[in-house]
Design a protein around this ligand. Structure first.
Ligand code: 2M8
Length: 419
């Protein structure tokens, strides 16, 4: 493990702000220099959350810059390409500009966990900026409308992801089953990526799926009737539910009616209980109509809901604190349960711990007044970044850093955890 000189809270906060400053391009914050040279959707929302207290003006710019990539359908894309930096798959693959509902700036054609309303609520809490809420609120209502209409592929009130990239947890073992059901593909989109990220066979499938959707004109009907990957994910929907509740809270500020947003949150809660629960929350593969029975950190997304029934809450927390997750590792929270055959402490979303999911679970602990769990998550996460720096992810057993350095959400959420 790399040794870092001991840093106190104030110095850690200054380092975090310096990383975010360095990753600001003038039109958005990149997740990390080099590997991710554009603006990613949920990364950007985490940056807004981290900057809300310290640099509210920058946080507002960050959110507006991301929303400049919103499509007329309401879809907020998972990548907005503000610069011409090389990245694959880039604008020439997505070809967003061939679509009349796409914005002027180039974007991807997929979406990502809809965290933006929660980020707006965070910003409002720290700034009280009514004017900004009124400006951003309708855009986020449109985003939620898109999810409720174009993405309710199962017809039960949940949003389906149509690509592993949309989950934010690309190579999670949760997607092995639906990806394994795709035809054998040999496109050869070699990705020059470190081995701890995606093997070529997975990357081929990712690109193939994205191109099928593109070639179908990014049409909602195609997603419903033909697209071979459609999954109701508890983390994506848990975040959406939390964002619906954020819109309901912000509605009076925006002079809007909170009722539809509160009702939407209730629909999501009920549908997750009816469709994703079997002793724990699991993703549902809509193409095979089966639960995907591997327990990953995504299972805990519904904990973000203050209205989660208490028996479900306690069952989830028991799993989280058990030797399947936090109880066995020195650091919170492995991205896959450690007893699963697919667990791999070295590979990206198949085992390592991540600051963003730790933060989401810390938020869930706050929501349910689980103070001890909250403290464990906060202290464990701060220990990771103090020891290894603002890395992309971390070995859950020894805390060593993995992936990129100077990673934006690790820095941004550290700022929030330090407060
Ligand atoms: C990772 O996803 C990108 C594709 O979008 C990749 O693997 O290249 C994920 O960790 C995702 O959650 C994150 O938003 C993105 C940028 O940090 O990187």
């Amino acid at each position: 493990m790399e040794a870092r000189p001991a840093v106190d809270d104030a110095a850690l906060g200054r380092e975090a702000l310096a990383v975010l400053e360095a990753n600001w391009t003038g039109s958005g914050t990149v997740p990390a220099p080099g590997l991710y040279p554009h603006q990613w959707s949920w990364d950007s929302a985490f940056v807004v959350i981290g900057l809300a207290r310290h640099r509210p003006e920058r946080a507002r710019e960050e959110l507006l810059s991301l929303l400049s990539g919103q499509w007329a359908t309401g879809m907020v894309p998972h990548i907005v390409f503000h610069t011409r930096e090389a990245y694959f798959p880039g604008p020439s693959v997505w070809r967003s500009q061939e679509h009349e509902s796409a914005p002027r700036v180039c974007t991807s054609g997929l979406t990502s966990p809809p965290l933006q309303a929660l980020a707006l609520r965070w910003l409002y809490r720290h700034t009280g900026d009514v004017g900004f809420v009124r400006r951003a609120f309708p855009l986020l209502v449109a985003q939620h409308h898109y999810l409720a209409s174009a993405r309710d592929l199962g017809g039960a009130g949940l949003a389906a992801i149509v690509h592993p990239w949309e989950s934010g947890m690309d190579d999670s073992p949760a997607w092995d089953q639906p990806l394994g059901a795709l035809p054998a593909i040999g496109y050869g989109y070699h990705n020059a990526e470190p081995a701890e990220r995606h093997p070529d066979s997975d990357h081929d499938r990712y690109v193939w799926l994205a191109m099928r959707y593109r070639d179908a004109g990014y049409r909602a009907e195609y997603l419903r009737d033909e697209h071979p990957f459609a999954v109701e994910d508890p983390m994506f929907n848990g975040i959406w539910l939390a964002s619906c509740q954020a819109l309901a809270e912000l509605a009076p500020v925006a002079r809007a009616d909170p009722t539809p947003h509160a009702e939407q949150a209730e629909r999501i809660r009920q549908a997750m209980l009816d469709r994703l629960w079997d002793g724990c929350f699991y993703p549902r593969d809509l193409r095979s109509d089966r639960l995907i029975k591997v327990c990953t950190v995504g299972a805990f997304g519904p904990l973000l809901d203050p209205g989660l029934p208490s028996d479900h809450l306690h069952a989830c927390v028991e799993v989280l604190e058990s030797a399947r997750f936090m109880g066995a590792t020195g650091y919170p929270v492995p991205s896959c349960e450690i007893r699963a055959a697919q667990f791999d402490r070295t590979r990206y979303w198949r085992g390592p711990s991540w600051v963003n999911t730790n933060w989401l679970l810390r938020r869930a602990a706050d929501v349910h007044s689980l103070d001890q769990l909250g403290r464990q998550l906060t202290n464990g996460t701060l220990r990771l970044v103090r020891q290894a720096g603002f890395r992309e992810c971390f070995d859950p057993f020894d805390g060593s850093g993995r992936g990129c350095r100077d990673f934006s959400w690790s820095a941004a959420l550290t700022l929030d955890l330090l407060a």
